[in-house]
Design a protein around this ligand. Structure first.
Ligand code: GLY
Ligand code: MN
Ligand code: MN
Length: 439
């Protein structure tokens, strides 16, 4: 546990305080089948992790503001020698209390019989429906029984509410300790990109470059990649979620790498770099690279308290559209192209997302009509790109794409924290200047 136990305690206190009189039920992730009876490596539910730091499956956390003497209750897999021989160490109920600060802990098998009593007296129940299909009937049953007894007991939860608005609002603003962890994820991820660029040469397999990146993640003590690493030579870069990494690198083409590590405590990096495989940009590649870089730098400049992620996106779009008009890949006026979205066959995704314990981290981007204003402690990616292929039809009135541009896919992505002064680029150690991409 690298984040101090006291910080987990503070997170729980703030969560419980904001719940008012509502009790929250937050489950751990289950093990997920990979194939046959083999499971994927365990990945904790980020909400559960954020509040507990407890890294086992088969657990449920209760947060009970109506029981101020024991508001944090954990149900866990009990210690059991045979299970631990096969699947490894468990903290058990004692560990849950002593190590993880639970006020009370019980074996998970006792949840069905105990849940009702713990929820009794809460004004409402905060539980995310639709996601936890084994736990959901237990929560509904406990609530239903409360309602049955309400005429005589005089109390029952009034409703089921989503825990997300409170919890995800907390997770959206990173503490100084979380920023330390995100900087560490950014450091390892950026180093891996630098190593990858140094080994890149024509004839290498995409997967061999992936190996260099992921080896560095593991060597540095990260769990591994935060998401399926994208190592995409040439036209493969125009497939946004290309993860087969089965191609061969060709001289004269670009290599796009979108990869970041996930730390032991799940904080993530998310970086994209694009550079020429043989070390020299062609004129077309250089024009487009300089354009994406200009869009990214302008968008990053926009990141500051009081601005919002839509302004960051709009800034990138404007720079890209102006450049594409100059290069003859679009025609019309800047305003008209933007208004009609007539650039979307070349740039079809948003310019970024929140980053934290999830790569596409939680937190609202809009509240009703209004974009959420950026605040100190929020962390987002800034990742404009251009993808020149004929997969999408050219919009009416826009020029056909000259073959010399096709097969060029470029994205440049950094992780950016909002600071009082404006912003901090966490991933600046991964170079991106034109000169640094050439050799
Ligand atoms: N690698 C996923 C993303 O950039 O959003
Ligand atoms: Mn991203
Ligand atoms: Mn990415």
């Amino acid at each position: 546990m690298v984040i101090d136990p006291a910080e987990f305690q503070q997170r729980r206190s703030r969560f419980i305080e904001q719940l008012g009189g509502v009790a929250a039920v937050i489950p751990a992730s289950p093990l997920v089948t990979h194939h046959a009876d083999v499971e994927h490596a365990f990945r904790q539910n980020s909400d559960f992790w954020y509040l507990t730091g407890f890294d086992e499956p088969g657990a449920v956390a209760l947060f009970l503001p109506h029981r101020p003497e024991n508001p944090f209750v954990l149900f866990v897999q009990p210690k059991e020698p045979t299970a631990e021989v096969w699947n490894g160490f468990r903290w058990g109920c004692e560990g849950a209390v002593e190590r993880f600060g639970a006020d009370l802990a019980h074996p998970l098998a006792e949840l069905p019989e105990r849940l009702g009593a713990y929820l009794q007296g809460a004004e409402g129940i905060a539980f995310r429906v639709g996601r936890h299909l084994e736990l959901e009937p237990l929560v509904l049953k406990a609530w239903g029984q409360q309602l049955d007894r309400a005429p005589r007991s005089g109390q029952a939860a009034l409703g089921l509410v989503a825990p997300c608005p409170i919890l995800h609002d907390l997770r959206l603003r990173k503490t100084p300790a979380e920023l330390v962890r995100l900087r560490e994820a950014a450091r390892i991820s950026a180093e891996a990109h630098e190593l990858a660029r140094r080994v890149t040469r024509p004839g290498l397999g995409e997967r061999q470059v992936q190996a260099v990146i992921e080896q560095h993640f593991l060597e540095q003590g990260a769990r591994g990649p935060a998401y399926g690493s994208i190592v995409a030579g040439g036209d493969n870069a125009c497939v946004l979620h290309y993860t087969s990494n089965s191609g061969t690198l060709m001289g004269g083409e670009l290599l796009l790498i979108d990869a970041g590590c996930s730390l032991d405590d799940y904080y993530n990096g998310d970086i994209t770099r694009t550079y020429p495989i043989n070390g020299r940009f062609s004129p077309e590649q250089r024009d487009l690279y300089e354009l994406v870089l200009a869009a990214q730098l302008a968008a990053i400049e926009r990141v500051a308290p009081g601005a919002d992620a839509e302004q960051v996106h709009d800034t990138a779009v404007r720079v890209l559209v102006e450049g594409l008009l100059e290069l003859g890949l679009l025609s019309g006026s800047v305003e008209q192209v933007i208004e009609q979205g007539a650039y979307r066959h070349l740039y079809m995704h948003r310019t970024g997302h929140w980053l934290g314990l999830d790569v596409h981290d939680v937190g609202a981007y809009r509240l009703g009509e209004h974009p959420v204003p950026l605040e100190v402690g929020m962390v987002l990616t800034v990742e404009p790109g251009l993808y020149i292929s004929d997969r999408l039809p050219v919009p009416e009135g826009q020029p056909a794409i000259d073959p010399r541009w096709k097969g060029i896919g470029i994205r440049i992505e950094d992780d950016v924290a909002v600071t009082a002064q404006g912003h901090e680029v966490l991933t600046a150690a991964a170079l991106k200047a034109v000169a640094a991409m050439e050799r």
